[in-house]
Design a protein. Structure first.
Length: 373
């Protein structure tokens, strides 16, 4: 993928011809993205992402593909090219390498009004580096790259996000640039700090004074309004997920919720998702929701709260009882009487390792405590 400043974001994938067509696997550290919607007409190839709306359209030659990664709803086009047999994600030199294994206290856009903090968690084996950045409201998922002397190079393409991190390691500090596709870049800096921990963002979202309950009423895929007052939610512990089908962290949480309901079935627990979609049309938004439900096996309702924008300020107008929505996803736990008992702001997915394991345990304990009341 070609990002900004003439930089290129590399990632690895394989394509295999099966009985029913082609299957592509894209790799980011421990994550394998399986893609099976691939069509070829003449020398044209079309690769549709499995959940997200983006696709790769290109021209296929004997040992290469040249084209673009396209997100139509956002009017974004990122140049794409691939070469057969080129297995190196990055091509490091043979110089003595720094080692960045450990925890890093990071700041993006430092010294500006857009500054935000993060926690870098990395493991290095020889020159290969894997890990992620956690922010206060989520993580940057599976990053993979190399240390080349004092240069750190990390990349990720997960079907939605096109991320490239380039930095210099000087003593115990990092100085670098974060590229998101070819439309966004910010500087970042970090320092080693094994004891560093982010503030808990969960208390930052809450029910405003003057509102006694959390409520919603939005249409499902059939156009039928679904309300928190409906019989299906009566006297149940509820999990309300504020999300978007375009959001990788939301996808991680959706997979978690689907697995949780399968592994811990209880008819007194109800889950509902409120989707805020940037698809330009209502039809396109419903198409994205249906695609997510079918691909991930979502059995709970996903209601369309908004289309045409995923702007958080606009989303707040749809849910005025919340002081603000800081992150997608935001997840609200209600007791059997409909009282808000906990709000999770953001989601730390499986790429965060111990943090994700800790969340799974805490979530189940809290749900069980609400059921026991």
């Amino acid at each position: 993928m070609e990002v900004m400043d003439g930089q290129k974001l590399p990632f690895n994938f394989s394509i295999e011809r099966k009985e029913n067509g082609y299957v592509m696997e894209a790799y980011n550290a421990d994550e394998v993205l399986s893609i099976d919607e691939i069509s070829i007409t003449g020398d044209s190839v079309y690769i549709k992402m499995p959940v997200f709306e983006g696709y790769i359209a290109g021209i296929f030659q004997k040992n290469s593909i040249t084209g673009s990664f396209i997100k139509e709803s956002l009017d974004r086009v990122v140049p794409f090219s691939a070469v057969y047999g080129d297995t190196a994600r990055f091509k490091p030199g043979n110089s003595e390498n720094s080692n960045i294994t450990g925890v890093w206290e990071a700041s993006f856009s430092p010294g500006t009004e857009d500054q935000y903090i993060a926690k870098g968690i990395f493991t290095q084996k020889d020159q290969k580096v894997t890990g992620t950045f956690r922010t206060t409201t989520g993580d940057y998922r599976y990053l993979e790259g190399v240390m080349d002397g004092d240069s750190l190079k990390l990349s990720k393409f997960d079907g939605a996000q096109v991320f490239l991190f380039l930095a210099r390691v000087i003593d115990s500090t990092l100085q670098g640039t974060f590229y998101r596709g070819n439309h966004y870049k910010v500087p970042f800096e970090a320092k080693r700090n094994d004891l560093y921990e982010l503030h808990n963002a969960d208390p930052l979202t809450f029910i405003k004074e003057g509102y006694e309950k959390f409520s919603f009423s939005f249409p499902d895929s059939e156009g039928t309004k679904v309300s928190i007052e409906d019989e299906q939610f009566k006297d149940k512990v509820m999990v309300v997920q504020i999300m978007g089908t375009w959001c990788p962290n939301c996808l991680d949480e959706t997979k978690f919720l689907v697995n949780y309901l399968e592994e811990t079935p209880n008819e007194d627990v109800a889950v509902v998702a409120l989707a805020f979609e940037y698809a330009k049309t209502e039809e396109g938004a419903y198409k994205g929701i249906k695609r997510l439900q079918e691909r991930i096996g979502v059995t709970y309702p996903i209601l369309l709260a908004q289309f045409g924008s995923s702007d958080k300020k606009t989303a707040n107008e749809k849910l005025p009882m919340l002081n603000h929505i800081l992150s997608y996803p935001t997840t609200i736990l209600l007791d059997k009487q409909g009282n808000v008992r906990k709000i999770y702001t953001g989601f730390n997915g499986p790429a965060t390792g111990e943090k994700f394991i800790e969340f799974r345990s805490e979530f189940d304990e809290f749900i069980q405590s609400l059921l026991a009341e």
